[in-house]
Write a protein that binds this ligand. Structure first.
Ligand code: TYD
Ligand code: MG
Length: 481
C-alpha cells in the first residue's frame, strides 16, 4: 500500500513543493504554503485534477465512484459510439458559425471553456448560445438552459437578454457556490448549463478564494464530472489574465474537452472565435462575428473584413497591396501597407509582420530587384491589427514596398499570393487553389501567383480573373508596374 503523500501547496498561486517554504518560491507571497494530503492512487481522480481535495460533504459528483471505470473491449466501446457522434445541432446562420468552430455542434456531456479578455463579449455570446439551445432546435424538442452567473445579478442578465431580444426558456441563477449550483441545476435537468465565470465560483472545503488556482481547478473538475455523469453539456466562461492565461499556467485547458478563445480588436466590432483544443473535432476552425447593438451577428463578407474601407473605394494610394492568407479553412484578403521615405535614416518600423521576415524581404528587394531601399526608411503595417503568420503574404509585402518606393499605386483589383526565397524567386504556398478561388469570387481582375502554381490551377471557376504566374520578383514588377 502506498503511503499518503504530503505536499505543500501555495494557496495564492498553486505552486506545489515537497517541503514547506515561508515564502512561496513561485509567487513570492509569504505565509501561503499550506499542508496538503494527496490521496492514495486509486481512490481519487488524479488524472483529472492532479490533486484530490476530497472532503466529506463536498458533493457526490466530486469523487469518482469505485467500479465506475474499467477497461472496455473495443467492441463494447464501438457499440456505444453512436452516442459519441451525436451532436446537439445549432441551427441558423449564428448556429452554423458556432458549429463550424465546435466541429459540427455541441457534444452532449462535454465541458467547453470559452476564454477571452474582459469585455470582449463572452457573456453576450453564451447568452445567445443559451437561447439557441433553449429554442429547442434539437429533435424539435425544447429544453431549458440554465445560465448561472457569479458576476451579474439575475436582473442584469435579464436586461441583457431583453436587449438581445431573447425570449427563450432560460433559467437565470446568480450564485457563487458550486455545490448549490450543481444541486439546483441537476433537479432541473436542462439541455445545457452555462457558468459565468469560473473565476467567481468556489467549492466549500477547498482552500483559496474564488479565482485562486486550486478553486479554479477543483471547480472545473467538478463541472467536468457533472457533465459526464448527467450528459448535460456545460459551457464555462474564463477570463484571460494579463499574462494571457486563464487562472495561471494553463491548468484549465488540460481538464476541459473544448477550449474556445474569443478575440477582438478594441476599436473594431469584429469578434473571432477560435478552437484551440477540441477532443471532438479539429482545432483550426475560425468563427467570425460582429458585435452589434443587438448582440453578436454573423459576418456576410468575412473574406473582405480585413481590407480597409479606403481600399474598397476606388481611390488608390501607392504602397498598398492585398495578400491572401488562410486561417483554418477560411481565406482572408488582407491589406498590407508600406511607406518608403527617402533621404531619412534607414530605419525599419514593422507592425503585424515578423521583423526578421520583413528584413529578409527588404534585403531581397535590394539585391534581386535593384530597389534602392538602403537609403530609405521603410514602414510596414498590416491593416486591422492582424499579425501575419504565413509566408504566403511575402509577395504582397514586397509589392507594397515596391509600390511605395516607385510611387506607383497598385490597382485595387489585384491580389498577391506567394512566398519569396533569398534569390528573389517565388514559391508555392499550401492551398493555392482555395486562395485563388476566393480572390476570383470577390471579383478581382488579376491574381499574381508563383509560376509553378499557374498551370496546376487551371481556369475553371475563375470567372474573368486572370491568374498570372511569375518566376521571380523582377517578373512581378514588370507585370504590375
Ligand atoms: P460582455 O458580453 O459583457 O463581455 P464579457 O462577458 O466578455 O466581459 O460584453 C462586452 C461588451 O459588449 C460590452 O462593453 C457592451 C458590448 N455589447 C454590445 O456592443 N452589444 C450588445 O448587444 C451587448 C449585449 C453588449
Ligand atoms: Mg461577462
Amino acid at each position: 500500500k502506498s503511503k499518503e503523500k504530503v505536499q505543500w501547496v501555495c494557496s495564492n498561486c498553486g505552486y506545489t513543493a515537497g517541503q514547506w517554504w515561508g515564502v512561496c518560491r513561485s509567487c513570492s507571497v509569504s505565509g501561503t504554503m499550506k499542508e496538503f494530503h494527496e490521496a492514495k492512487l486509486g481512490d481519487a481522480d488524479i488524472n483529472v485534477s492532479g490533486f484530490s481535495v476530497l472532503e466529506d460533504g463536498v458533493g457526490s459528483w466530486l469523487p469518482q465512484q469505485e467500479g465506475e471505470l474499467r477497461p472496455l473491449r473495443l467492441a463494447e466501446v464501438n457499440a456505444g459510439l453512436d452516442h459519441l457522434h451525436w451532436r446537439i445541432p445549432l441551427s441558423g446562420p449564428f448556429g452554423n458559425e458556432l458549429s463550424r468552430v465546435l466541429g459540427g455542434g455541441l457534444v452532449p456531456g462535454s465541458l467547453t471553456l470559452v476564454g477571452g479578455d474582459p469585455g470582449v463579449g463572452k457573456s453576450t455570446l453564451l447568452l445567445q448560445i443559451a437561447a439557441l439551445i433553449a429554442e429547442g432546435h434539437h429533435n424539435g424538442e425544447a429544453s431549458p438552459v440554465v445560465y448561472v452567473s457569479g458576476e451579474e445579478s439575475v436582473e442584469q442578465i435579464g436586461s441583457r437578454a431583453d436587449r438581445l431580444r431573447i425570449e427563450s426558456d432560460i433559467y437565470l441563477y446568480s450564485s457563487n457556490d458550486m455545490e448549490d449550483i450543481l444541486k439546483k441545476v441537476q433537479s432541473l435537468s436542462p439541455g445545457a448549463l452555462i457558468v459565468d465565470s469560473i473565476q467567481t465560483v468556489y467549492l466549500k472545503g477547498i482552500m483559496g478564494s474564488p479565482g485562486g488556482i486550486m478553486q479554479v481547478k477543483e471547480c472545473t473538475s467538478a463541472l467536468l464530472r457533472f457533465a459526464k455523469k448527467t450528459n448535460i453539456p456545460v459551457l464555462l466562461i474564463g477570463h484571460v489574465t494579463k499574462s494571457g492565461d486563464i487562472a495561471g499556467p494553463r491548468v484549465l485547458e488540460h481538464i476541459v474537452d473544448v477550449v474556445l478563445y474569443m478575440e477582438g480588436e478594441k476599436y473594431s466590432s469584429h469578434r473571432m472565435l477560435r478552437a484551440v483544443k477540441n477532443r471532438f473535432g479539429s482545432t483550426d476552425e475560425l468563427g467570425v462575428f460582429e458585435m452589434s447593438h443587438s448582440g453578436l451577428q454573423t459576418v456576410s463578407n468575412a473574406s473582405e473584413m480585413f481590407l480597409s474601407e479606403q481600399h474598397l473605394d476606388s481611390e488608390i494610394l501607392a504602397g498598398l497591396a492585398v495578400a491572401v492568407i488562410m486561417d483554418g479553412s477560411r481565406t482572408f484578403l488582407i491589406e498590407i501597407q508600406a511607406l518608403c521615405l527617402s533621404g531619412s535614416t534607414s530605419s525599419r518600423q514593422v507592425n503585424g509582420i515578423q521583423v526578421n521576415r520583413a528584413d529578409m524581404i527588404i534585403s531581397v528587394l535590394i539585391k534581386q530587384a535593384g530597389l534602392r531601399l538602403r537609403e530609405h526608411a521603410v514602414f510596414l503595417n498590416v491593416v486591422s491589427g492582424l499579425t501575419l503568420a504565413e509566408t504566403a503574404g511575402d509577395l504582397a509585402i514586397a509589392a507594397a514596398i515596391c509600390s511605395s518606393c516607385l510611387e506607383i499605386p497598385i490597382p485595387n483589383d489585384i491580389a498577391f499570393i506567394g512566398e519569396i526565397g533569398l534569390g528573389g524567386e517565388l514559391r508555392v504556398v499550401p492551398r493555392m487553389e482555395k486562395r485563388v478561388y476566393t480572390v476570383a469570387k470577390l471579383g478581382y481582375r488579376m491574381c499574381i501567383v508563383p509560376k509553378a502554381a499557374e498551370k496546376a490551377l487551371g481556369t475553371e471557376g475563375l470567372d474573368k480573373m486572370k491568374v498570372v504566374g511569375c518566376r521571380n520578383l523582377k517578373e512581378v514588377i514588370n507585370t504590375v508596374f
